[in-house]
Design a protein around this ligand. Sequence first.
Ligand SMILES: NC(=O)c1ccc[n+]([C@@H]2O[C@H](COP(=O)([O-])OP(=O)(O)OC[C@H]3O[C@@H](n4cnc5c(N)ncnc54)[C@H](O)[C@@H]3O)[C@@H](O)[C@H]2O)c1
Length: 380
Amino acid sequence: MNIGLIGFGSMGRTHAYALSNQKFFYRPPLPDAKIVGVCTAHAETAEEAARLCGAPLAVTEEERLIGDPNVDIIDICTPNACHFETAKKALAAGKAVYCEKPLAVSFAEAEKLAALAEEKGAVARVVFNNRFLPAVRRAKALLDEGRLGRILTFRFAYLHASAADPKKPAGWKQTKEAGGGVLRDLGSHVIDLAVYLLGSFSEVAGRAQIGFPIRAGKDGETWRTDAEEACYLTAALKNGAVGTVEANKLATGCNDDLEFSVYGTEGALRFHLMEPNFLFFYDGKREGGDLGGEKGFTAVECVGRTPAPGGIFPGVKAPVGWLRGHIGSMHAFLDAVAGGEEPGPDFREGAYVQLVTEKALRSAENGGRAETVPDYPTGK
Ligand SMILES: NC(=O)c1ccc[n+]([C@@H]2O[C@H](COP(=O)([O-])OP(=O)(O)OC[C@H]3O[C@@H](n4cnc5c(N)ncnc54)[C@H](O)[C@@H]3O)[C@@H](O)[C@H]2O)c1
């Protein structure tokens, strides 16, 4: 499996890391997958990236990788606004595609990509890496087994502090036109997790906030931020549950604070990415009594207990971190390319996240008036 990697900022580096670690984390290993070419916006960065990845080819025109018959997979790690054209060309050229989130900038674009992937019969996945953490997978299993009963309410939030500093220079993530905004960025992860764990949305209402409309750009010029830096949603799901989804970069003191809580008639769950080794589970069936009996949230030690073929390294009791999600996400994609059946978010699921995002942003533009989220065939 020969990979053309497009974009080598923080995520290109992460994907290269996840790829090069596959053989240690999984037994039996998948057929060899290697990066054969890297494309970035500048020749020097492309050459440095190719050297790091051990790839023979460093280019600045993505067509050279997409048009290369030796390349089987296109891995997209560029800014959001580039995803659509690159994925479209790659699918048309018969490649499998692994695309960073969000799948595109608009639902219309994402929907076109989902349809094209199906027409081509291509393996096409979006990188929603948090799905692959053992604690998140355990949450999914408990929910699927019905251990929480009927879901009443939920809270999903992804908080960073990165825009809370007015001196932080602006970049593409602060511009609507480039597909920026915190809802597409952090929000796509938590919308995906809500759908993955609880099912489709029926209604969403949003309020957006820009903390600092004027910033300095990277080269010192004045930059007018037009993409939201925080976004607060209330949402109803098709299963009748009502709750909130928040994406926020104005959260002073936060690092990578992705958290969710789900409350049902028979139990509850809590997860926090800064404490990724544990899932907190409240089993309503456990008896209370003197001194509390056995009632209360239990810390389930998910740690590195990934089912086969994972879990062999660095050992089931070893703590996991953010990168483990990327290693798992990459494995599921490569497994599918190799003809396996390991599930992962396909382009249709990526398009659905885009649909919810778009409805929420439209609501925020209209003073928070609730928007209906139409049915969409994601299999949920
Ligand atoms: N899943 C996750 O955990 C996660 C985390 C952060 C970012 N992301 C996503 O990853 C993507 C990339 O984010 P990043 O933070 O790595 O960005 P970045 O700005 O750090 O890097 C972007 C890279 O793309 C290259 N590039 C830009 N325009 C290009 C073009 N036209 N042709 C070829 N190369 C081009 C740049 O040279 C650079 O190498 C974004 O879509 C973002 O939303 C995902």
